[in-house]
Each structure stands twice: as structure tokens, then as C-alpha cells.
Write a protein that binds this ligand. Structure first.
Ligand code: DP6
Length: 336
């Protein structure tokens, strides 16, 4: 049998940066994001009769590091399956084929959609019916932000214990995100590594965690109130405070480039002209502009000289696709 699932990336409004527990992938603070409706990852999982897992990534064999991260998530799933009365599941292994429409490693959160799709496909391939909260907790073990890509629309990922730390949907004002991709280069330092360095060396790390704990409930309240302006203000502050903590590392880490700052400044200029738009950026030079549906086109036009723009709205939850979507052809992965 083969199971195929699709998940979309998400962009955080209140950022996740730092872990309370690396093994369990528990965040130091909660976060809030919107799942996008562009750049999905499609992942097929099929049980094999071997004693190892294999993975094809965008049509080529996965690197050892990519495979090791997938295996870690599968190990958690094998444990869950064993606990749920499938004593043989500890020895089950799978072939994975995964395709990602996003520029991997360039700050467009491809690991979030990737691990969310893997969690959904692998759990179904094992015959387990996991709830959305359980799938979110499983996806979290692959990549923290993947916990949020299980959820459609706006997702609140809770900090806390293993049992408490999953993402759930919250209702929010209608938003559009305009991603301005300025570079497809691989980032030099992964989020995971940079989070460790920030926690270990940034004098602002404690302040960052504290302010996130304060901003998160305020952002959730702004969502409930349908208050886009307040939510946007908090989102931009969260991104800038995260980058401030990162820049203060020893040695310093710079994700934002001169053009990134130009885009952030553009958001401020547009606001002065009465356009509700706020900027955010993850662990890379790309910037995402957050606005309301009315202004999406205008904002995209204003940014188009600064990078490759794409507009996205709220995307769907991660889900299993019909058998016809399988990435496995007769032999190995289908080549398009
Ligand atoms: C800047 O989820 O990629 O995008 O949990 O170590 O896999 P790991 O990190 P990851 O970090 C995302 C960081 C961020 C902010 C965010 O998405 O909240």
C-alpha cells in the first residue's frame, strides 16, 4: 500500500525561536502562524519489507541528514503504533518520496510542510487514526514549526509538556501574505543551529522568550477581536525582536540582507500612506508582507522591484490525498 499526503507551509505571526527541550522538540514559548495556500509539499509513504527507511527528496536520494530527520519522526510513530496495540510496528520500515514546491532552505519554511505531510502520510500508512492534535504533536518531532502546518488557516501552537504542545486553529481576520523572495540560496546556518547559538550566547534570549510569552496572548486576543492592525503590529514586533536577539549572538548571525531591510522599510512607507501592511521574516533574507485582502495586489505591486512576489491566502489543513496522487511510479519515484 502507499499513502500520500499534502501539507502547506506556514508563516509565523508570533515567532518560535528556541526550545525548552531538544529531544521532545518543545518550544521555549508558544507561537502563532498562518498556513499558506502556496508551495505545498506532497509526500508518499509506502511500507517496505526492508530493515531500513529510504527517502527520495525532489527526485534525488535524500542526504544522510535529511533521512536521519525523517527517521527520527518515524521512530516516534513506531513507538506510538506499538503502544496502540501493533506489537510488530517497531520493525516496520517505509520508503518515502517527497516533493516540495518551495525553494528549500531559503526561508520559506519547507521543513514545516515537509514534516506535516510526512506525519499525516506515515500515520495513515501505519493504519493509525490520529486526531489533529496527535498529528500536530507527531509533526512537531520532525520540525517545531511543522506542528502548525497540520492546521489550516491560523494556528496557535502551545508551549508546555509533550501532551500540551500541539497547534490548534483559531479564528482570525482575513489576511493575505505577500512573500518577497530575494534569494534562493541555501542559508548558511539552519534555524535549529541558530536557535541553539541564540539561547547559548545572545544576551537578549531571556528577554525574547519573555516578550513572546506576553505578545502571544495579545495576538490571540487581536485575532479574536478581528483587529488586523493590532495583529500586524505584534507580528512585525515579534519578527524584529527575534532578529534582534539573533543578531546579538556571538559570533553574530545575520539573516537579513540590505534588500530585506528595504522591504521592511517599504511596509512602513505604505502604512504612512494608509495601507495596512506589516513585515515579517524568518531565518533567511526573504520578507513576507502581511495585509488584508483589499490591499494584497497593491502591496505586491509595490514590492515587485525588490524580489519575486507571490500572494497567498490561508491554506488548508494537512490531508491525505487519493491514491492517484502517489509519487511512486512503477519503479521508484515518478519522474515528471
Ligand atoms: C524563524 O521549525 O524550522 O521560521 O524546530 O529546529 O526544526 P526546528 O526549527 P523550525 O524553525 C522555524 C523558525 C522560524 C520561526 C517560526 O516559524 O515560528
Amino acid at each position: 500500500m502507499t499513502t500520500t499526503a499534502r501539507a502547506y507551509p506556514n508563516i509565523a505571526l508570533i515567532k518560535y525561536w528556541g526550545k525548552a527541550d531538544e529531544e521532545l522538540m518543545l518550544p521555549a514559548a508558544g507561537s502563532l502562524s498562518m498556513t499558506l495556500d502556496i508551495y505545498p509539499t506532497v509526500t508518499s509513504v509506502r511500507r517496505n519489507n526492508n530493515d531500513a527507511d529510504t527517502m527520495i527528496f525532489n527526485g534525488r536520494p535524500a542526504t544522510d541528514r535529511e533521512l536521519a530527520r525523517a527517521v527520527r519522526l518515524l521512530d516516534v510513530l513506531r513507538e506510538i503504533a506499538t503502544e496502540r496495540g501493533l506489537p510488530q510496528a517497531g520493525t516496520w520500515h517505509v520508503d518515502i518520496a517527497t516533493r516540495n514546491a518551495a525553494p528549500t532552505g531559503a526561508g520559506m519554511a519547507s521543513s514545516a510542510s515537509g514534516f506535516a505531510a510526512l506525519a499525516v502520510a506515515a500515520a495513515a500508512e501505519f493504519g493509525l487514526e490520529l486526531s489533529p492534535a496527535e498529528l500536530s504533536r507527531l509533526a512537531r518531532r520532525g520540525s517545531g514549526s511543522a506542528a502548525r502546518s497540520i492546521v489550516g488557516g491560523v494556528a496557535l501552537w502551545h508551549a508546555g509538556t509533550d501532551a500540551q504542545s500541539y497547534a490548534e486553529p483559531v479564528s482570525a481576520p482575513e489576511m493575505r501574505m505577500i512573500s518577497v523572495v530575494v534569494s534562493r540560496k541555501h542559508k548558511k546556518i539552519t534555524s535549529r543551529e541558530a536557535m541553539r547559538i541564540t539561547a547559548a550566547t545572545s544576551p537578549y534570549y531571556a528577554g525574547w522568550v519573555e516578550t513572546t510569552q506576553e505578545m502571544l496572548p495579545a495576538a490571540v486576543q487581536a485575532c479574536a477581536d478581528g483587529d488586523f492592525t493590532r495583529l500586524g503590529e505584534l507580528a512585525e514586533m515579534s519578527a524584529l525582536r527575534m532578529h534582534a536577539a539573533i543578531m546579538a549572538c556571538e559570533p553574530p548571525i545575520h539573516y537579513l540582507e540590505p534588500v530585506s531591510w528595504e522591504i521592511i522599510a517599504l511596509a512602513g512607507e505604505l502604512r504612512e500612506n494608509g495601507i495596512p501592511v506589516y513585515a515579517t521574516a524568518d531565518a533567511g533574507p526573504n520578507v513576507v508582507l502581511i495585509t488584508t485582502p483589499t490591499y494584497a495586489e497593491e502591496v505586491a505591486q509595490a514590492a515587485q522591484n525588490l524580489g519575486t512576489v507571490s500572494i497567498s491566502g490561508p491554506g488548508p489543513a494537512a490531508q491525505v490525498l487519493p491514491a492517484s496522487a502517489s509519487l511512486f511510479g512503477g519503479e521508484g519515484e515518478k519522474h515528471e
